[in-house]
Write a new protein. Structure first.
Length: 394
């Protein structure tokens, strides 16, 4: 043992503690999220990952804590700042990316779509129930042919008298099989439009994707839409073109930039714990220069990523955040969180691959996070276009 028997969490906080940099309101939200994450979600998380189970019974606890759609205003939503929302995402993902994904799909995607582009009736019908966790939403944009180019979507909504008939397939849609409502994006004769679709509509089918080695506490689905008949008031009146879904993706990317640093923090804390307590060759492994250098590198990237997330939140609260700035943070923070998880696994040696530690679970989850809401390649090309003025997507 070292002379100062601190936990990894205490040792990390001695060097860098994001909590201390948060405004009071954000710190209160952070504590609320940390309590729910640690007391409600964490106790069963390893079992749930092993058995591939999303415990729907935990959803109301997230709602009661105010964490669902917490950055939105009115209709039962808390109206919290972006920094508060980010800090909450970080705390949830410190336990598991699957649950942060739940918070993102419900709040950043489905609720944001309805709040930003919906009619007053749509908002009144869905937002209070979703904020309370009594109704679950999903966001159906990606299609089986690929997620990077939503402009190529083939799902189509055609007019049939006063109604719409919606047909097509979607893939990788979080929560769809337990959702009460789906926000579905489709081509129409007037361009891309969004539709608020109750999931008990005839012709709507969602099937969970099996065989996932990541995000096992969450659900992602294939959706079939077979001439789903919708009244015109199911259309989101204020969403026209791809700007609609991309506006929602911005919110989800924001939560990811923060959340990934939660997973990174957990891995770093576990590695520091291990370094201080594991003895090899007659001394704690943390007394060796090789381990200390690795821990220092992990700390640098965690601290830089957390500060970047905070910077992003401050820009968002000032109303000046741009999509390119989001790409910087999504690309950097997920990439570095994966590296931190990998280094933590190495420090834990063989034990690092077991479920005695959360590290492999985080590492696997982060590989999924790296891919959704814009792959590394897409965000690199967004930044390349921003810097050069040349579009290299095709
Ligand atoms: P382009 O077709 O030229 O632009 C279309 C319109 O959209 C606007 N726009 C944005 N608006 C707000 N925020 C953004 N980030 C925006 N990006 C583009 C753009 O200004 C234009 O507006 P307008 O009014 O002129 O029509 O598209 P682009 O060339 O700008 O974008 C190309 C590219 C590759 C960057 C974009 O297609 C992209 O971001 N692709 C990645 C898509 C992605 O992240 N897909 C993964 C989604 S994850 C998912 O669906 C699952 S949800 C999670 C779950 O359910 O678990």
């Amino acid at each position: 043992m070292t002379d100062d028997p601190l936990t990894g969490e205490q040792a990390l906080a001695r060097v860098f503690c994001l909590d201390d940099l948060l405004p009071d309101a954000a710190r209160r939200w952070q504590q609320v999220a940390r309590t729910v994450a640690r007391d409600v979600l964490a106790p069963t998380i390893e079992d749930d990952f092993e058995t591939q189970r999303l415990r729907a019974e935990h959803i109301p606890a997230l709602g009661e804590a105010g964490l669902l759609g917490m950055h939105l205003h009115g209709y039962g939503c808390a109206g919290a700042s972006a920094v508060s929302y980010g800090a909450a995402c970080l705390e949830v993902e410190a336990v598991d990316s699957g649950w942060r994904t739940f918070v993102s799909v419900q709040g950043s995607l489905a609720m944001t779509a309805i709040s930003t582009f919906g009619s007053d009736d749509q908002k009144r019908r869905w937002l209070p129930e979703m904020a309370a966790g009594r109704a679950v939403g999903c966001f159906a944009l990606t299609e089986p042919a690929g997620g990077s180019d939503p402009a190529a979507m083939t799902t189509f909504a055609r007019r049939d008298g006063a109604d719409w008939l919606l047909s097509g397939t979607k893939r990788w849609i979080g929560l769809a099989s337990i959702a009460d409502v789906a926000v579905v994006w489709a081509q129409t004769d007037e361009g891309v439009r969004g539709f608020v679709v109750p999931t008990d509509s005839a012709g709507f089918t969602a099937r969970p994707i099996t065989g996932k080695r990541a995000m096992r506490t969450s659900i992602q689905c294939d959706i079939d839409l077979d001439d789903v008949r919708l009244p015109d008031d199911a259309r989101l009146p204020d969403a026209r073109g791809l700007r609609g879904p991309f506006t929602c993706l911005n919110e989800a990317r924001f939560g990811i930039a923060w959340g990934a640093m939660g997973a990174a923090r957990t891995c770093l804390e576990v590695a520091v714990d291990r370094a201080r307590t594991r003895h090899v060759f007659g001394a704690p492994i943390g007394a060796r220069q090789l381990i200390q250098a690795q821990l220092a590198d992990m700390l640098l990237e965690y601290e830089k990523g957390a500060l970047l997330a905070l910077h992003l939140g401050q820009l968002r609260d000032a109303g000046t955040l741009t999509p390119a700035q989001l790409s910087v943070a999504k690309l950097n923070n997920v990439r570095e969180a994966i590296r931190i998880a990998g280094q933590a696994r190495s420090i834990l040696a063989g034990d690092g691959i077991t479920d005695e530690f959360p590290v492999m679970r985080h590492m696997a989850n982060l590989e999924a996070v790296r891919t959704y809401e814009g792959t590394d390649e897409i965000h690199a090309l967004i930044l390349g276009r921003e810097l050069t003025g040349s579009d290299a997507f095709s």
